[in-house]
Design a protein around this ligand. Sequence first.
Ligand code: F6P
Length: 546
Amino acid sequence: MSESPLLTRRPEWAALADHRAQWQTHLRELFAADPGRAERYVLRVGDLRVDYSKHLVTDETLALLQELATATGVFGLRDAMFRGEKINNTERRAVLHTALRAPRDAVIEVDGENVVPRVHRVVDKMTAFAKEVRSGRWTGHTGRRIRNVVNIGIGGSDLGPAMAYEALRAHTDRSLTFRFVSNVDGADLHEAVRDLDPGETLFIVASKTFTTIETITNATSARSWLLAGLDGEEKAVAKHFVALSTNEEKVTEFGIDPDNMFEFWDWVGGRYSFDSAIGLSLMIAIGPANFRELLDGFHVVDEHFRTAPAEANVPLVLGLLGIWYGNFFDAQSHAVLPYSHYLSKFTAYLQQLDMESNGKSVDREGRPVQWQTGPVVWGTPGTNGQHAYYQLIHQGTKLIPADLIGFARPVDELSDELAAQHDLLMANLFAQGQALAFGKTADEVRAEGVPEEQVPHRTFQGNHPTTTVLAPELTPSVLGQFIALYEHKVFVQGAVWGIDSFDQWGVELGKVLAKRVEPALTTGADVPGLDPSTAALVAVYRELRK
Ligand code: F6P
């Protein structure tokens, strides 16, 4: 198989490599040389104000990156995605999560069929169901109203609703309890249901394929738990289980009435699916109107990405900045640091979005790539991280570009005293951006009277790039805007790298091997092809658990 020659041999790439080779400028110098930088390097989309002034770029860098985007066909691929073309090469599928948030009168065709009416039919069905549950009209088998909703799913069928539920807690119906079960570790389901009453519990089994072993195993155990609590009444399943899936056959086989299935389609990737039927638990939590607001938030950024000029196109610019660091500064990772407790699961969500999409080492034609692709994405909410790993970002040896995310207002629910803490929270965000960018020179440290032998330890080199994204408040719309922003940023990077951002073959091998190894654990059966190291581990495991 030949190597992919395309990207690094492009003149646009060479121009960026030259530019990088000459790059010696510190952020302190960039700001000193350009008094308008703080105002000029700011973009807006929807309610988001995106400040990228603290990046190691000049107008020339940005122009060169834009040329790379043009040369690598980012805009053509973007338009093909929005048109519903089958840009997921290896699975021959359209990539149309943008259709999930399109308005009712939009026309988006897949194989000659307008998919928008289908999308809205499902949203309407979800709306009717969510209203039934929220109002108490949907009762369980024993006639009691549903008070607990347990979503069982994994990956894209868990992370989105779980993240958004946390993010929008202040907008949820607090009289209902929501739990999210994903891990095949029985402890996950145990902890989720141990204090729940089966008669008041609704299970939402979320699985695009309805074949994922973790989800089917947990759903089967949940069914047993329910039946054990309801005198083994099989009929109870119909009132306590609904499914979110593309696979009606498997849903029926599992014993869930297809009437209780909320469908989506193969052109919705798992990690791009929480605005599809996969969002049902979230819709029950926040209500249909808030869910619509969330979808509309996504749509604002979709339209921006589709139509905004390149230099003002936020996902494009953020994607290109990532290329600049990953490919020309050897940055290996990207930190996402939300200064919001409600965004505690946001980075975990982005890990799947980014790393499952762009963790690839062959191009769209299957040729090995000769350049770095997706970064390791990591991070946790702001001030907690400051007392843990920020040390390494400030004074370690690695370049770690970071996104600082903050909100002008805390949620309404907080008491006056707790709301007043918001300024302190945001002061930390701004301080970190400043410290990372500008650091503290040895002379500044000396001027504070620090003994000479401590000066190197207390010097901050600075020059660490950050993007600061501010929004007025964490609302459903703003959350939708954030997610769409990252979705399209990931798209841009995959397009430049020439990889298929929409398949995930890399997760398959582990799944297949787990199925093969399991009998060795449960029965001690000989598993052909087990390597000696793993065989020894299995033997120790069996010995220890006796
Ligand atoms: O981990 C692989 C994966 O296929 C993800 O892409 C997906 O989100 C997850 O498994 C769950 O898949 P499903 O929704 O089909 O259960």
